[in-house]
Design a binder for this molecule. Structure first.
Ligand code: ADE
Length: 243
């Protein structure tokens, strides 16, 4: 899986790339991350990449020329094995969720275009027709953290990245099951008066599986009933009398 990140701040990624699961994936040749600085594609005397919006308003916009030149050069890289899927990180985009992550993980190459300032000149979107992606309904200072979020969520689905091949399928929000995960415990058996549920120590695998299923269902009902099919929500009123 190849990721190309197009950003004004490639340094933001350096710590992230050299730690933990992503480092392991890169070391094992299961993933590669290529950083491209949008500023390198500015032809201006001062390497400008942003400018004020026509019509006024706060902040600065990414200019079309360096941004589009950068995307086109990265897409055309002959060593990359195809243009890949172009994602633009923006709070205006489609909200990222696990099914979308699973769909992205099918692609051998993702290009992640990070904005800064107030956003992108609209012609960048019109000409490149990227998939606009948001990681949630809040505004970040730029797309970099969102790009890292996508890389993080996608790379763990790459076969061989997680130690246990089945564990990403059991994740909360995976297609296989929409329940949240059950509660887990490790040693010690008792801590500050709180004991590990007896059944988990019993060695009875069927009983443990039943307990976990029940625990996951209860948690989902309590915390995220919105994930459940309407019919199985316990909070569904018989008739809606609120309006
Ligand atoms: N850039 C700024 N805010 C963002 C968000 N919520 N998701 C993706 N990119 C962003």
């Amino acid at each position: 899986m190849r990721f190309d990140v197009l950003t004004l701040f490639p340094e933001i990624f350096s710590g992230y790339l050299t730690q933990s699961l992503l480092k392991l994936a890169i070391d094992r040749d299961l993933a590669s991350v290529h950083l491209h600085n949008l500023r390198d594609y500015s032809k201006g005397k001062h390497k400008e990449v942003d400018d004020r919006p026509f019509g006024g308003g706060p902040g600065m916009l990414l200019k079309p020329e360096p941004t589009i030149d950068c995307v086109e050069a990265v897409q055309a890289d002959p060593s990359a094995g195809g243009p890949g899927r172009l994602l633009m990180l923006t709070p205006q985009g489609r909200r990222l969720d696990q099914p979308y992550v699973e769909d992205l993980a099918q692609s051998p190459r993702l290009l992640l275009l990070c904005g800064r300032y107030e956003g992108f000149d609209q012609r960048i979107t019109d000409l490149l027709q990227p998939e606009e992606v948001s990681i949630g309904d809040y505004v970040l200072n730029g797309g970099e953290v969102a790009a890292m979020t996508i890389i993080d969520a996608v790379v763990r689905l790459e076969p061989g990245v997680l130690g246990d091949e089945t564990s990403s399928q059991e994740d909360t929000f995976s297609r296989a099951g929409r329940n949240l995960e059950y509660a887990q415990y490790t040693r010690p058996r008792e801590y500050r008066g709180l004991a590990v549920p007896e059944v988990l120590l019993s060695g009875d695998h069927e009983a443990i599986a039943r307990w976990r299923e029940q625990n996951a269902a209860e948690r989902t009902q309590q915390r995220r009933a919105d994930l459940l099919p309407a019919a199985s929500r316990s909070d569904q009123p018989a008739a809606d009398t609120t309006n």
